[in-house]
Design a protein around this ligand. Structure first.
Ligand code: ARG
Ligand code: ZN
Length: 506
């Protein structure tokens, strides 16, 4: 059930007062306990691995699947739920046929006998449906159909249209995805391509993501993509796919995506070792009508629109930074979105500085000046933006200003130590904004509440741009526009608007 803002706020207060685990199992909305999206995810079990065996027909949009979930129960279960919208044919739990029913975005499963706490529970779901026909309330579909296939992509909800899941970032798992498509079509997912064969008029692709991933970071793209395979200087397999309908955007798209290895090298110097064993990108064509990009694990998906004005390495820097900020260390709940978007946006500034197209300091000052004090922009607090503002420009731009404010406050060296330690401490896990504040204070030995309160939690424009080095005289004149500004600012608009628009009120 979708919950209005008031109820979401009450849940937020609740989770703040009780430990997460208690809140989760007690959540009346039937979800994992997310304050913004209370019905999302499930309790009672933890998924360790998803094995998806799929057959997709681009002509008819018919998706047939067998999903095997290897889970462990966290309490005794006589029934449990999964997030899923498609028609289910059968469910087995630990080998035995189970009863099931569907309502809203939940598939409820009743095992033939209760499963005890802390046991392995293997769930096999067989299904067959047309994902483009599935919907729930006004949540935008994560199934983006094209004439030659489809792309499964969405945030915060994604799996409902293609595999049954515990669809919340708190439950991360590894993935094996086997996809069968008509001969001549590509099927692209996350991680490494471990096998490919043609049999009986079908192309079969085996994808393996053997590091934990949040469910919204799993993707599937089927179509007649042009694929470029390569290896990075450090030996990572690269798999980039370009939609066939990019036309004159194919050049700019390739000129951006193919620099991924180089951008990654740069980011490894500040964030720590790249957490995954494969790299790539998928550029969707105009037909997919995506309008945004998403940091799907190891292989972000980009709308063609990012390349309509020429190359755009900033969006690549943004999505690749998410591999650390969002993917490797994931939000604990969607209220923690600043940990994703603030840092991925800041990574664009760092890339700009590296490229000599404007320093982070210049971008911070220009950003601050770009939003007048009476702009609604300053009323959205990145530390708790509200469910309707998860992708608001404030989460990105003011979020990046908050990161810059931290850097200015603790100094360059300590700043980098914090970023690095964060990745070590929460490797392949989840964390909250408060965890980040705590770690920053521990490493810097400073009380940072004033900085974070000002930049993350106060609904008004702070007194001055962070880390301003300009003299009083210089401050009288407006700062010069950094060369990277237009590209970065347009990225903001696209992330925000995307196909999902404001993302409704749930
Ligand atoms: N996390 C994505 C990114 O910043 C943005 C997703 C935007 N989604 C939307 N519905 N507008 O790359
Ligand atoms: Zn982002």
């Amino acid at each position: 059930m979708r919950v209005r803002r008031g109820a979401a706020m009450a849940a937020a207060v609740l989770t703040a007062l009780v430990p997460a685990t208690t809140a989760a199992s007690a959540d009346p909305a039937g979800g994992i306990g997310d304050p913004y999206f209370p019905s999302y995810g499930n309790t009672g079990y933890d998924v360790g691995h998803y094995d998806l065996r799929l057959d997709y027909a681009p002509d008819t949009d018919l998706l047939k699947g067998t999903a095997t979930l290897v889970t462990r129960t966290t309490e005794e279960l006589d029934s449990f739920t999964l997030d899923f919208l498609l028609d289910v044919d059968s469910v087995r739990v630990n080998g035995r046929p189970a009863d099931f029913s569907s309502e809203g975005h939940k598939l409820t499963v009743a095992p033939s006998r209760p499963v005890a706490e802390d046991r392995q529970m293997t769930v096999v779901v067989k299904y067959e449906d047309r994902p483009s026909e599935a919907s729930w309330q006004d949540v935008p579909s994560a199934w983006h159909r094209t004439s030659d296939g489809a792309i499964a992509l969405g945030e915060p909800e994604a799996s409902w249209w293609w595999f049954p899941a515990n669809d919340h970032p708190r439950d991360k798992a590894t993935f094996d995805v086997r996809v069968q498509v008509p001969e001549g079509y590509e099927a692209i997912s996350n991680g490494e391509l471990t096998g490919r064969q043609t049999r009986g008029g079908k192309d079969i692709y085996l994808w393996r993501q053997d590091q934990p991933a949040a469910t919204y970071l799993a993707t599937l793209a089927v179509g007649r993509y042009e694929v470029h395979e390569d290896t990075t200087a450090s030996g990572l397999p690269v798999y980039n796919a370009y939609a066939p309908d990019l036309g004159r955007l194919a050049g700019p798209a390739r000129a951006s995506i193919e620099r991924g290895g180089e951008i990654l090298e740069f980011q490894e110097r500040t964030f720590g070792p790249y957490p995954y064993n494969a790299l790539g990108g998928v550029v969707a064509g105009p037909e997919a009508d995506l309008g945004y990009a998403l940091e799907t694990q190891t292989r972000p998906v980009y709308s063609h629109v990012f390349f309509s004005r020429g190359s755009n390495t900033y969006v690549v820097a943004h999505e690749l930074a998410h591999q650390w900020w969002g993917d490797h260390v994931s939000v604990d709940t969607w209220q923690d979105i600043w940990l994703n978007e603030g840092f991925a946006s800041y990574a664009e500034w760092m890339w700009s500085e590296h490229e000599g197209e404007g320093t982070a300091q210049e971008l911070a000052e220009y950003t601050y000046d770009a939003y007048p004090a009476d702009s609604g922009f300053w009323t959205v607090t990145p530390g708790d933006p509200g469910s309707e503002n998860v992708f608001h420009p404030a989460v990105y731009d003011r979020g990046a200003l908050a990161v810059h404010a931290l850097r200015a406050e603790v100094g360059q060296r300590t700043f980098y130590r914090i970023l690095y330690a964060w990745q070590q401490e929460h490797a392949h896990g989840n964390a909250t904004v408060q965890d980040f504040i705590d770690l920053s204070e521990k490493i810097s030995g400073k009380d940072l509440d004033p900085v974070f309160d000002t930049w993350l939690f106060t609904p008004e424009r702070p007194e001055s741009a962070p880390g301003t080095l300009r003299t009083a005289a210089a401050a009288e004149s407006a700062p010069a526009k950094p060369e990277s500004w237009d590209t970065i600012q347009r990225n903001r608009e696209l992330f925000h608007d995307g196909q999902h628009g404001g993302h409704g009120d749930h």
